[in-house]
Design a binder for this molecule. Sequence first.
Ligand code: AMP
Length: 280
Amino acid sequence: MRTKVISSTIQLEQIISACRSKGLTIGFVPTMGALHEGHLSLIKSSKEQTDFTVCSIFVNPKQFNKAEDLDHYPRSLKMDVSKLEAAKCDLVFAPTENEIYQDEVPFEFDFAGLDQYMEGKFRSGHFNGVVHVVKRLFEIVRPEKAFFGLKDYQQFVIIQQLVRFFNLPIDVVGCPTVREKNGLALSSRNSQLDTKDIPAALELSKALNLIKSRFQKSNLDALKKQAINQLEQHTKLEYLIIANSRTLSPIEKWSDAQHARAFVAAEVGGVRLIDNVEIF
Ligand code: AMP
């Protein structure tokens, strides 16, 4: 069956209601398009765990804090739709900005401190934009399960908080980061990288792996300094943070947390990249 592509909220709600009346469960994968294997792994998980998979493609202006970043964000709807068709995604929702926001009811949201560090700190207003679009999309699609990549770990934790805060009956599923063989985390932004910048881009996953491989053997501060030093030689480093996986607050000693992840953001050849890895 061909994958249906729609842009109307009313039409989407009708299709979802028809699925519901047949007793089908809905899986939802929100994206900004320029799809790659990382996105398709979320579609695969949704297809395995639910009966009807909806993928949204919407480049959300509210989550960009720089106009030029929004302007340069890659857009490739036609190619995206053929990839989703090959992945047997049931429905593609590609709304306009007006379609998404016209019926939005303003709301207050408590981030519970999860937006204080990393992307929340360095991209002012970013998560506010994310939370607004995802809440709106959740209201329209009303999925049983929603699939998010751990590549954007802070976003994943904030979406869990969104669901908790509004008591939404949605299971937020985190899916592992898909990488190139060389370790580079797949990202829509990678298409903007010049070939000559790839070795520098690889420094992000290398730094994270250094921390992961040495954490039991090295003092946290010394290891962090070594990774930062390495990153600064090849990239324009924004942050390298080792944080508690639950609260996302930075840790000073390995014994400060039971679960920790390392997070990095850096610019390479004018392209901003992020990555993270579980340490323990
Ligand atoms: P985006 O289109 O960048 O907003 O991403 C849409 C979804 O795909 C988000 O849940 C991302 O975390 C997820 N995603 C992006 N890159 C990857 C990747 N390399 N592996 C797994 N999931 C990813």
